[in-house]
Design a binder for this molecule. Structure first.
Ligand SMILES: Nc1ncnc2c1ncn2[C@@H]1O[C@H](COP(=O)(O)OP(=O)(O)OP(=O)(O)O)[C@@H](O)[C@H]1O
Length: 436
C-alpha cells in the first residue's frame, strides 16, 4: 500500500510533495493508517483531533489515543473539545452536520496558525461509494453523484482510491492499533445502514459490483469535469453577481440548448434538489420562489434571483420618541409639527399628533398585520393590500411600517392609515417624511 500511495501521490497529487500536512486524525482505522503512511513517506506531519463530546468517556479515550500516537511519532498534535450538541441546537443543524462544520473550521484555524500547507483526511473509496449512494437516494444532480472530492481547495484526501478492505489488511499486516467508534456499529444513520446492512449483501449477490460502481463513479466524475468546463462558459453568459447573491438571466438561458438541465446544474450546488420546481420557475409569475435548505431562488421578471437564506431575522425595531424630529435608521425620516396639511405623497403623510402614542415604532411588516387604508372604510390585511397592489416579493420584503401601540400609522411608501388622519378636530398636525 505504501508503494501504491507513493505512486498515486506522484502521479495525481504531486503538489503535496515537500509540503507540511495537517492530518485530521479521529483515531479510527483510516486516519491512523493515513498517518502511518504519510510518516513512512517522510512528509512533515501534525495530527489534529476533535473531541466532539458525543460518546462520553469513549471520546476522551479517542483523544488520548491520538495524543499518544503523535507522541510515538514525535510529531505535533492539536486537540480541541467541542460542545457539538449545543452548537447543533444553536445553529439548527443535525449533530453530524454540526460536527462537520466545527471540525473543518477548526482545522483551517490550526492550518493557518501553525503554517501547514494542506489538511488531509482519511476518506477512502468505500466512503466515496456510500456518499454516491446516499446522494443517489436523495435525488441529487450529477455533481452530487461525483461523490467525495479528492481535492477541495486546501483539503486533500490522499487515500480516496483505496478500499476499506485494503486499508484494514494493511493495518493488520503492520500490527497497527486504532480506535473503534461504537457509533459506527449503530444502524441509525443512512450511511451506517448502507455500510452495515445494504452493501454487504449487495456485494455477495453481485460479486464485483463494488468495483463496477466505482468505475461508474469515475466515469461520472470525468463527465462532470467536462460539464464543469462548459458550465463555466455558461456562467459568464447568464449568471451575474449582485450584492445579495446572483441573478440568472432567463432569456439568455433559454437561448442555450438544454435550458432546464443547465439551470439545474447552476442551482444544484446551492442545495436545490427539486428539479421540477426549479424548472417551473422559468415559466411562472414573478414572485414565485423555491427554497433549498440554505438558499432561495426567486423569479423576478426575466431573472431568477439566487440568495442565501439569512439566519437572523432581518432588523429589529426602531423607536421614535416624542418630539424627536429625525431618525436615520432603518432609513432617514423627518417628523415636523406644522399648521397646515399639504398633499399626501408616497414619501409624505400627515397625522393627528394627539391620536398617536409614543414611542412610535418602525418595523418590518409581518404576516397578520392589519390596517385601515386611508380613504377606505374598514380594515384590510396587509398581505391582501400588497396582493392588490401587485407587489413582487422582493418589494414586499423591503416594506416597513410606522406603528403606534402596534397599530399601523403608515405603510411607509404606500398608504397612511385612516385612524390617524388629520380631520376637523385635529389640533396638532405632524408631517412625516421619508427622505431616503
Ligand atoms: N474527531 C475527529 N478528529 C479529527 N478528524 C476527524 C474526526 N472525525 C473524522 N475525522 C476525519 O474525517 C475523516 C472521515 O470521517 P469519518 O467519520 O468517516 O471518520 P471515522 O470513521 O470516525 O475515522 P476514520 O476515517 O479515521 O476511520 C477521517 O478519516 C478523519 O480524517
Amino acid at each position: 500500500m505504501i508503494k501504491k500511495l507513493e505512486k498515486h501521490i506522484s502521479e495525481q497529487l504531486s503538489f503535496l510533495q515537500g509540503k507540511k500536512l495537517l492530518i485530521a486524525c479521529s483515531g479510527g482505522l483510516d486516519s491512523v493508517v493515513l498517518s502511518y503512511l504519510l510518516r513512512q513517506l517522510k512528509f512533515e506531519i501534525g495530527l489534529a483531533h476533535c473531541n466532539f463530546s458525543l460518546r462520553g468517556k469513549e471520546s476522551d479515550q479517542d483523544e488520548e489515543f491520538v495524543v499518544e500516537l503523535a507522541d510515538s511519532y514525535s510529531v505535533a498534535v492539536y486537540t480541541e473539545t467541542f460542545d457539538t450538541k449545543k452548537f447543533a441546537k444553536e445553529h439548527k443543524l443535525s449533530t453530524q452536520m454540526a460536527a462537520r462544520q466545527l471540525r473543518y473550521h477548526w482545522f483551517e484555524e490550526i492550518r493557518q496558525d501553525f503554517t501547514y500547507d494542506y489538511i488531509v483526511t482519511g476518506h477512502h473509496a468505500d466512503d466515496d461509494l456510500e456518499t454516491f449512494l446516499i446522494n443517489l437516494s436523495r435525488g441529487t444532480g450529477l455533481k452530487g453523484l461525483t461523490g467525495i472530492q479528492e481535492i477541495n481547495e486546501l483539503v486533500v484526501r490522499p487515500i480516496l482510491p483505496f478500499t476499506r478492505a485494503e486499508i484494514l489488511n494493511f493495518a493488520k499486516e503492520k500490527n497497527l492499533y486504532w480506535r473503534e467508534d461504537s457509533s459506527n456499529k449503530k444502524a441509525d444513520y443512512l450511511r451506517n445502514v448502507l455500510r452495515l446492512n445494504v452493501l454487504p449483501p449487495f456485494k455477495e449477490a453481485a460479486p464485483g459490483v463494488i468495483a463496477s460502481l466505482q468505475k461508474t463513479q469515475k466515469h461520472l466524475k470525468d463527465s462532470y469535469s467536462l460539464i464543469e468546463d462548459y458550465l463555466s462558459l455558461v456562467y459568464t453568459l447568464v449568471v451575474q453577481e449582485i450584492p445579495e447573491g446572483y441573478t440568472i438571466n432567463i432569456d439568455k438561458l433559454k437561448e442555450l440548448p438544454n435550458t432546464n438541465a443547465l439551470l439545474y446544474e447552476i442551482t444544484s450546488p446551492f442545495g436545490f434538489t427539486d428539479f421540477k420546481a426549479v424548472s417551473e420557475l422559468l415559466e411562472s409569475q414573478s414572485g414565485k420562489q423555491v427554497f433549498s435548505e440554505t438558499h432561495r431562488l426567486l423569479k423576478d421578471r426575466n431573472v431568477l434571483i439566487l440568495t442565501e437564506i439569512s439566519e437572523k431575522k432581518e432588523e429589529k425595531e426602531f423607536y421614535i420618541k416624542k418630539n424627536q424630529i429625525k431618525i436615520t435608521k432603518p432609513f432617514q425620516m423627518e417628523l415636523k409639527s406644522i399648521d397646515k396639511i399639504g398633499n399626501i405623497t408616497s414619501s409624505t403623510i400627515y397625522v393627528d399628533n394627539d391620536k398617536i402614542d409614543y414611542p412610535l415604532v418602525v418595523r418590518k411588516w409581518q404576516e397578520g398585520d392589519v390596517f385601515f387604508p386611508f380613504g377606505m372604510k374598514g380594515k384590510k390585511k396587509l398581505s391582501k393590500f400588497f396582493k392588490d397592489e401587485k407587489l413582487s416579493l422582493v418589494r414586499k420584503e423591503k416594506i416597513w411600517v410606522l406603528t403606534s401601540n402596534n397599530q399601523i400609522v403608515w405603510v411607509v411608501g404606500y398608504r397612511p392609515d385612516d385612524r390617524f388622519k388629520v380631520d376637523d378636530k385635529t389640533k396638532n398636525i405632524l408631517k412625516v417624511t421619508r427622505t431616503t
